[in-house]
Design a protein around this ligand. Sequence first.
Ligand code: S3P
Length: 172
Amino acid sequence: MKTLDFNLVLIGFMGCGKTTVAEHLCKALQMECVEMDEEIAGREGMSIPQIFEQHGEEYFRDLETSLLTELQKKKNLVISCGGGAPLRSENVREMKKNGKVIWLTASPETICERVKGDHSRPLLEGRKSAEAIAKLMESRREKYENAADIRIVTDQKTAEQITEEILEILSC
Ligand code: S3P
């Protein structure tokens, strides 16, 4: 397996499989995995819903920006971003400093199916229908598109298949 001289940055809507695929990529490429939500929650000592509730979304977004900035100084990372990370253009600039940005996509129906029993994502509470998800997804599409170097459709694929597809594109 090839050693990459850039970081891999996974972006995409909530529930598109970033965390799981990042873990697979890390194993395959012997890279270090950083799950941004997990890292932020660990540092703050509270869950993502608690951060949103106690401090608000802007505070969380600032934490994302400073973590992303910090991570660009490191090498050999697979970074699984929170779904909203590409919404700020300064975040995208940071991702691209020494990272290849991989956008995972899935249809609103697939996302809805994957997140229906989950309550860890404040922005999806009260929005667990394919229609509501499609609306939020559409409002973000351009940001994801502009940030992405590589786009992978994940519908009806296993994490292993998605990982294989990425490794092939990267010629690993
Ligand atoms: C968010 C996505 C979440 C988390 C937060 C906000 C978003 O991460 O960062 O709830 O705005 O899309 P995942 O994409 O890992 O679920």
